[in-house]
Design a protein around this ligand. Structure first.
Ligand code: ATP
Length: 328
């Protein structure tokens, strides 16, 4: 079943819908942080919320988690209203914040076991450590872990109760490239177990790699939603042909002008095949090398920047300034 086929009647324990949001609003004084958001997330989906600083992502997620009260709208998470049934919801959700405070004198497995003890049906500690890639570190003290390993321990703690739904707030911010790849593997492991994951991220490659669907929030509203590959018509957008020419050589006007970065020449043909045929034919006839010839559609980052730039007039006046990661 695709998320488009889901409707409010499908919500409830054991249903196909993990998260259903309709007309969600939230203001802080005169800052309208969330201005009528609709979201449907199916069970087993990895869903990413994208958006600039202050867009309303954290406010939305905190309402879904039950940590913040909404002003208006309908919200159901795993069949519960987080505003009124937070403790029941908590048993089935795991939350990974940007920074968490676990006791640095405990070992890795003691930490996970301690959190597992709070839940009625925890996942075995060894399984959790395996999922997050910390089996080798099970006897290490938390204080001895690297930053990336501590982050994986945060995920392990959130997994201790074997939740159905995981909230991951910017899970790889500050990671080096290999630690990011390892964190992505952890999310993939969760997806393979059929868990639902709602993540916020500022990294487009992360959303592209991990998410089944993404929503872009700007100024408290969802400005686009879809799969990373098709967001805002990415898949059907006109292609850009670009190349470089040797110094002193110029191409006929139909093959573009030097408008791109690094002296790249760009044009957007109506008929790609015919245009390439003519361009390469012209190059061969004139003995010209089309250095670094490239054919591209807009990247996820391109469409994200377009969407958020055009929505920026609607953003709340203040930038996000609160400190994060303090709750558990
Ligand atoms: P970031 O990417 O920086 O984490 P965000 O998309 O998560 O941003 P929110 O944290 O939801 O955005 O903030 C949305 C708006 O609400 C911002 O203008 C922010 O300043 C404001 N805001 C958030 N929390 C509070 C609060 N506790 N009190 C007052 N204003 C707040």
């Amino acid at each position: 079943m695709s998320p488009e086929d889901l409707n409010p009647g499908d919500v409830g324990p054991g249903s196909e819908v993990a998260v259903l949001v309709r007309g969600l609003t939230k203001s802080y004084g005169n800052v309208h942080a969330v201005r009528g958001i609709d979201l449907t997330i199916a069970r087993g989906e990895v869903f990413a919320l994208l958006g600039p600083n202050g867009a309303g992502k954290t406010t939305t997620v905190e309402i879904l988690e039950g940590y913040r009260h909404r002003d208006g709208g309908q919200v159901e998470v795993l069949g519960f209203d987080p505003g009124r049934q937070r403790s029941r919801l908590k048993q089935q959700t795991g939350i990974v914040l940007q920074s968490t405070g676990v006791d640095s004198y405990l070992t890795v497995s003691e930490t996970v076991a301690m959190y597992a003890g709070y839940y009625p049906h925890p996942r075995p500690v060894e399984e959790v450590l395996e999922l997050v890639g910390l089996t080798e570190k099970r006897s290490s003290r938390v204080s001895r872990l690297s930053g990336g390993q501590q982050r994986r321990l945060d995920v392990a703690v959130a997994l201790a109760g074997d939740p159905e739904l995981l909230f991951l707030d910017e899970p790889t911010t500050g990671f080096d490239p290999s630690a990011r790849r390892e964190a992505w593997q952890v999310v993939e492991n969760l997806a393979a177990l059929g868990k639902t994951v709602l993540l916020t991220t500022h990294y487009m490659d992360e959303a592209e790699h991990l998410a089944n669907r993404v929503a872009v929030i700007a100024g408290g509203r969802i400005v686009a939603e879809g799969t990373p590959a098709t967001l805002a018509g990415r898949d059907t957008a006109r292609v850009v042909v670009s190349y470089r020419l040797p110094d002193g050589v110029s191409a006929p006007p139909e093959f573009g002008g030097p408008t791109g970065p690094e002296g790249r020449i760009e044009f957007m043909p109506d008929d790609l095949t015919a245009a390439l045929h003519r361009l390469t034919g012209w190059a061969l006839d004139h003995g010209v090398s089309l250095d670094a010839l490239r054919i591209s559609r807009p990247s996820l980052e391109d469409v994200y920047l377009q969407l958020t730039d055009s929505a920026s007039g609607a953003q709340p006046a203040e930038a996000s300034s609160k400190s994060k990661g303090k709750r558990r």
